[in-house]
Design a protein around this ligand. Structure first.
Ligand SMILES: Cc1ncc(COP(=O)(O)O)c(C=O)c1O
Length: 373
């Protein structure tokens, strides 16, 4: 990752200050041994760090849970399982970044990352259609913000040139595949503009991870932009069929998040069963080409830009009646209404899955042919 911009300097300075004030936090590897004992960085201790007040993690039912439960506190308090550290290390190798960090969800990741890396005096410029968790992170950060017209590079450039003289960091945030519109961000153009104006880039790949790019590594990797994107994130609740989210970037970025990202620091870690599943999917990602090809065929048949295909309607009432007609044909396609999407743009959101049989696609095609939606 190349950090040649103000955000990089700011992250480095903040880490330096934290170290001086003894405020820097470190992860330790911790494995529960039972009977109140844990192995911490390879040494066995009676463990006074957990919130397992009733000792239920030693219960035979909990112990027999496939994959195990494990967490009983935040990673900073109760330590990090070696399984998590291994997963993070292999994940960052896979996406091609120096480090990555597991968050409890995409929502945790977006609010925790943005509020950690920018603050008052900085600027965030985001596509107007980015996910609510990104907006919540921006509000929490106290940074000033603007939104650019969706995927409109002229609008982004106008905003970037307007803040070019600011002393603070400028962070541009986009999704790669937009969650409610299914269209793709012009990542190479965004990166080029950010370089020109000394801004940093954060990309939410929640809807492209596992689907787009080589072995499902996402749209950033599809464009070979791993070294040009400063902050990369993706939820594991979509194509990964799991729970949690990964944030990837430089060593400094991840170190800063460990020490300052409140949604990381103050939330009980994910159970090991979730981590083990995420790791199993990572191990299998190279072998899902058939599923990705099937998905692509469906996208072509339905004429979408990606595996998320909006059926635009407009008024909420009309969208409900279109959804009812889909339901009558055995198709569950939920209505998405404001404020999730802009006013007068209620729609059905067709979210494709390789698990759907041909007959399901045929039914959608014939509904569309009959002018439904
Ligand atoms: C683009 C995007 N980012 C983040 C999130 C939040 O992810 P999670 O459901 O893991 O909290 C979502 C979920 O809908 C999303 O669509």
């Amino acid at each position: 990752m190349i950090f040649q911009n103000r955000l990089q300097n700011r992250i480095g300075e903040r880490l330096g200050n934290l170290s001086q004030l003894l405020g820097r936090r470190e992860l330790v590897a911790s494995t529960r041994l039972g009977g109140g004992l844990s192995l911490i960085n390879g040494v066995s201790y009676y463990d006074f760090s957990t919130n397992d007040y009733l000792g239920l993690l030693d219960d035979p039912v909990a112990v027999a849970m496939p994959g195990g439960l494990g967490a009983s506190g935040s990673r900073l308090l109760s330590g990090t399982s070696p399984e998590v550290l291994r997963f993070e290390s292999e994940f960052s190798d896979w996406v091609g970044t120096p480090r990555s960090l597991l968050f409890n969800s995409g929502y945790h990741a977006n609010i925790g990352v943005i509020s950690s890396v920018v603050g008052p005096g900085d600027w965030v410029i985001a596509d107007r259609l980015v996910h609510a968790s990104i907006w919540d992170g921006i509000r929490l950060s106290g940074a000033q913000w603007r939104r650019y017209a969706h995927n409109d590079m002229g609008s982004l450039e106008t905003l970037l040139s307007g803040v070019a003289d600011t002393e603070g960091a400028v962070l541009v945030v986009t999704e790669s595949v937009f969650s409610m519109d299914g269209d793709l961000a012009p990542l190479p153009d965004i990166v080029a503009l950010c370089r020109r104006y000394g801004a940093s880039v954060m990309v939410d790949e929640s809807h492209s991870l596992g689907v787009l790019g080589p072995e499902g590594r996402g749209l950033v990797a599809a464009h070979g932009l791993q070294n040009d994107v400063d902050i990369w994130m993706a939820g594991l609740g979509k194509a990964w069929s799991g729970v949690g989210a990964m944030v990837a970037g430089s060593e400094d970025l991840v170190e800063l998040l460990i020490s300052t990202s409140r949604s990381f620091m103050f939330s009980t870690a994910l159970p090991l069963i979730a981590v083990n599943w995420a790791h199993a999917v990572l191990d299998g990602m190279h072998s899902f080409d058939a599923q990705r090809a099937r998905l692509n065929r469906m996208v072509d048949l339905l004429g979408g830009e990606s595996h998320i295909i909006p059926v635009m309607v407009g008024a909420v009432g009309d969208a409900i009646s279109v959804s009812d007609q889909f339901k009558a044909a055995g198709i569950w396609a939920p209505v998405i209404k404001p404020p999730t999407v802009p006013k007068n743009s209620a729609r059905l959101r067709l979210s494709l899955s390789a698990a759907l049989p041909d007959v399901a696609i045929d039914r959608v095609l014939s509904l569309r042919k009959d002018g439904v939606g």
